[in-house]
Design a protein around this ligand. Structure first.
Ligand code: ADP
Ligand code: MG
Length: 381
């Protein structure tokens, strides 16, 4: 693999060839939503689209950072000034990784991202993980994938200021081609689950609703706070320790809202484990049912869906999908539908028609097979 396009642009912008180029993919989460911060399980896979970071060492303490998705404009920062208080734009994702790794001297960085931005496919993790993978190689740090996942998550949490869980970075780093990654968010242990939809004539359609409701930030924090409150009131460490039977008998200790939030967390954790079981025996009809149940739980109990997501899911089902659900934080973003590959065109048409009828903005569609996690794709001589 090589990225000659990126190589060439790097020379045009920085005057020399890069020392290393790394690529890291975006992801889609099959099932396990809003439970990464509840010590739950998630089952994402890496998509084929990836973000590339080309990096060259400098002999001084200057950082020069550019992105082909940001008109190649070069942002220049002194390494001594890198701190979460430093104002900035998109380059903060790169600076967060540099900050976390405490690199010893300056670098030139050029980014080329092929993961659609803000579509719920985690272009942010792809960006962080491509940079972290390149720097790990360039400075021979020898961080393992789990350490890189924690480091890039910390960059996004503490430097960029986005309270994301550990899933996106873990899968972008650890995924293997042809498999989904079962990730235990409590201890970061993983298991590859072969997810061969193609040989069963199926495909995972990703529907970016292009809706972004303003609830997003406050809504996410509010859901986390509800879960924290339940954990405190019930004297447990996380939702992971809670069973549905315990939740039912503890009803009077928590508020009605907290009960429904906890119900989602507990049932969703169970659905992920069930999904692994049914994928392993290639029972994709049953997987579809689990996706539907996940959506209903996110819509009704966790209350994080929105009209666009519900229409995308309902239209997919009525077009014959085996199952569909919203993915990501909610209040907009993307949905996925498990469909017969031969029905792709029809399903897309049906969703588009439903969106037009509801006067929604036109959705975007993507599809991908499970791909490889972050890799070094080129080293200089
Ligand atoms: P998502 O991760 O779902 O795509 P986020 O809002 O978390 O959405 O991350 C998107 C942000 O990440 C962009 O607004 C931009 O700041 C940054 N980003 C991601 N990829 C690139 C890129 N190739 N070039 C510049 N910035 C990028
Ligand atoms: Mg993101």
């Amino acid at each position: 693999m090589s990225n000659s396009h990126l190589d060439k642009s790097f020379v045009e912008i920085f005057g020399e060839t890069p020392d290393v180029i790394a690529g890291a993919p975006g992801r889609v989460n099959l099932i396990g939503e809003h439970i990464d911060y509840s010590d739950g399980f998630v089952l994402p896979f890496a998509i084929a689209d990836r973000t590339y970071a080309a990096v060259r060492k400098r002999s001084d303490r200057i950082l020069r950072i550019a992105s082909m998705q940001r008109h190649n404009n070069v942002v220049t920062v002194n390494l001594n000034d890198v701190s979460p208080n430093l104002k900035g734009q998109w380059e903060r994702y790169v600076l967060g990784v540099i900050w976390g790794m405490q690199i010893p001297h300056g670098i030139d960085v050029l980014i080329d991202g092929h993961v659609p931005l803000g579509a719920g496919l985690s272009s942010s993790a792809a960006l962080e993980c491509s940079v972290a993978t390149a720097l790990n190689d360039l400075f021979s740090y020898g961080f393992n994938l789990e350490q890189l996942a924690r480091l890039t998550q910390k960059a996004e949490n503490e430097y960029v200021g986005v309270p994301c869980g550990i899933m996106d970075q873990s899968v972008s780093l650890m995924a293997q081609r042809g498999s989904a990654l079962l990730l235990d968010c409590r201890d970061l242990t993983t298991k590859n689950v072969e997810f061969d939809v193609a040989s069963s004539g199926l495909e995972l359609l990703i529907i970016d609703t292009q809706a972004h409701h303003s609830l997003t930030d406050g809504g996410y924090a509010e859901r986390r706070a509800s879960c924290d409150s339940v954990v405190k009131k019930l004297g447990i460490r996380s939702m992971r320790e809670l069973t549905i039977a315990q939740l039912e008998t503890s009803k009077e200790l928590i508020t009605v809202t907290e009960y429904f939030r906890a119900k989602h967390a507990v049932t969703e954790i169970a659905r992920v484990l069930k999904a692994v079981e049914v994928i392993e025996r290639k029972d994709f009809a049953e997987l579809g049912q689990l996706l539907n149940a996940s959506h209903a739980s996110l819509r009704d109990d966790y209350d994080v869906s929105c009209p666009e997501l519900n229409v995308a899911v309902d239209a997919s089902i009525s077009a014959g999908a085996l199952g569909a659900r919203m993915v990501g934080g909610g209040f907009g973003g993307s949905a996925i539908a498990l469909i017969k590959a031969s029905h792709s065109h029809e399903t897309i048409k049906k969703i588009e028609t439903s969106f037009t009828q509801n006067s929604f903005k036109a959705p975007r569609f993507f599809t991908s097979l499970p791909s490889q996690g972050a890799e070094i794709i080129q080293r200089g001589l």
